[in-house]
Design a protein around this ligand. Structure first.
Ligand code: UDP
Length: 244
């Protein structure tokens, strides 16, 4: 698979990848391993910003299903992403990289508030910017936050580092003949309701022409591989992507 190399990227990390082999929370060894891969990508010349999920700690929808008020539960989920962002920041800084965490929910004794122009300036100065607290609004996900920040920051592509190696035409856990797409259009993802990111995130990327690269970040070395266009992944893009 060959892909053109983007320069400024947004890396979305699902919260669950930070659990490592555990069932909950943050595994420091895994955080260090992923941070090492992000650091290597930075050293290879990419400008990187990140959005970190919170599913390893708290998911609003799951808590709401058990009786929590949905908006309170979503705020708890957003706070969980701040913990994850601080863990990733800490690991990157121990590796000698300058970082800034910007939160969509202002908490000035912990990190910066989200200010787009300031985030752009940080990236121009070579810092890795980690966006926390999602969009700052309940009823959204960090996938949508990733699409939004990728558009705001003028990113060339959104890399979704998750626990699966791409987008399938059916659930591979249930359908043994499920086929992984090498590339698939935004329209097909939305029309066929393929499980990539939520529809609002995909639509935002389609409107802003930002390709989404879905890959398994649990596998060591995969970030470098997909950034060089060689790893196992699915690219979601405009109509030309399926013809490529
Ligand atoms: N969340 C929210 N608004 C946002 C982003 C996240 O309310 O803009 C909440 C929501 O409850 C979600 C939780 O934060 O379940 C954790 O985010 P997400 O589920 O997207 O994390 P991931 O699946 O990537 O680990």
């Amino acid at each position: 698979m060959t892909r053109s190399t983007p320069k400024r990227i947004l890396l979305k990390l699902s919260g669950e990848v930070l659990m490592g082999e555990g069932a909950f929370g943050i595994d420091p060894t895994t955080v260090d391993r992923i941070a090492g891969e992000v650091a290597a990508a930075k050293e290879a010349g990419f400008e990187i910003c990140m959005v970190v999920g919170g599913g390893n700690i708290f998911r609003g929808l799951a808590a709401a299903a058990k009786g929590f008020d949905r908006t309170s539960a979503d705020y708890m989920g957003m706070l969980a992403t701040v913990m994850n962002a601080l863990a990733v920041q800490n690991a990157l800084e121990r590796m000698g990289h300058q970082t800034r965490v910007q939160s969509a929910i202002p908490m000035e004794t912990v990190c910066e508030p989200y200010i787009r122009r300031r985030a752009v300036r940080h990236m121009e100065k070579g810092r890795i910017v980690i966006f926390a607290a999602g969009t700052g609004n309940p009823f959204f996900t960090t996938d949508t936050a990733a699409a939004l920040r990728a558009a705001e920051m003028g990113c060339d592509a959104l890399y979704k580092g998750t626990s699966v190696d791409g987008v399938y035409d059916a659930d591979p856990k249930k359908v043994s003949s499920a086929k992984r797409y090498e590339s698939v259009t935004f329209d097909r993802v939305l029309n066929d309701n393929l499980k990539v990111m939520d529809a609002s995130a995909v639509a935002l990327c389609r409107e802003n022409n930002i390709p989404i690269v879905v890959f398994n970040i649990r596998e060591t070395g995969n970030l470098a591989r997909v950034l060089s266009g060689e790893g196992v992944a699915t690219i979601v893009g405009p109509a030309t992507v399926e013809a490529a």
